[in-house]
Design a protein around this ligand. Structure first.
Ligand SMILES: Cc1cc2nc3c(=O)[nH]c(=O)nc-3n(C[C@H](O)[C@H](O)[C@H](O)COP(=O)(O)O)c2cc1C
Length: 187
């Protein structure tokens, strides 16, 4: 395993509510880490992220982000591992998480940033809270879109854990999911 002191985990909370099931899973993952591991948390829904606009084939490049998006970019580049903790929304990504990923297309075109090369080799791990815990295939669109996106960026796929829950706290009854979440960052 990587030297814990060398690992830097960015937890990307993607729910639109605080203290929800995905966040509880993230706490289980982080609690299992060696004490020396550095961890930062970002709650995507609370960030002032501008809408993404596709200007790839008109302007051709993007200005460096400012404000919350700049801080999110900094944390993304700082991390060795991204831990995405997300609810399943309509079988897919919640809007704040999708918007963050869309901005990766901008980051890749900020002159001098070298975003894609700097993302290569980082790991992506996923926690997904879903009301359909007994039907894991229904979360495949979310898991696959993150796995394929990680692959596109030449990131390492650290795996996904699904947790069953509807109301906040429900996932605490899904002992298998919490145990898997606790192991997710240790592999
Ligand atoms: C807009 C919205 C869409 C949802 N879509 C799905 C879905 O497609 N499949 C599912 O199993 N649960 C769905 N859910 C339920 C959530 O995934 C579930 O309540 C989850 O535990 C929420 O995680 P959180 O507590 O971390 O926010 C949806 C919830 C919302 C608010």
């Amino acid at each position: 395993m990587t030297d814990p002191a060398a690992r830097r985990i960015l937890v990307l909370l993607a729910s639109t509510r605080a203290d929800g099931n995905a966040e509880l899973m993230a706490r289980a993952s982080v609690a299992a880490l060696p004490a020396a591991t550095e961890v930062r948390w970002q709650r995507l829904a609370e960030l002032d992220m501008p809408p993404f606009e596709d200007i790839r084939h008109s302007v051709g490049q993007y200005p460096a982000p400012t404000g919350d998006l700049a801080r999110l970019l900094d944390d993304t580049l700082w991390a060795t591992d991204l831990l995405v903790a997300s609810p399943l929304y309509w079988y897919s990504l919640p809007a704040p998480l999708k918007l963050y990923l869309d901005h990766w297309s901008a980051f890749m075109r900020v002159p001098g940033l070298d975003f894609k090369a700097r993302m290569a080799g980082k790991a992506m791990h996923v926690l997904c809270a879903t009301s359909s815990g007994d039907e894991p295939h229904l979360a495949a669109p979310l898991v696959d879109s993150l796995r394929f996106s990680a692959g596109y960026m030449k990131m390492r796929w650290g795996g996904a854990v699904l947790g069953d829950g509807t109301r906040p706290g429900d996932v605490l009854k899904d002992e298998a999911a919490l145990a898997a979440a606790a192991k997710l960052l240790l592999a």
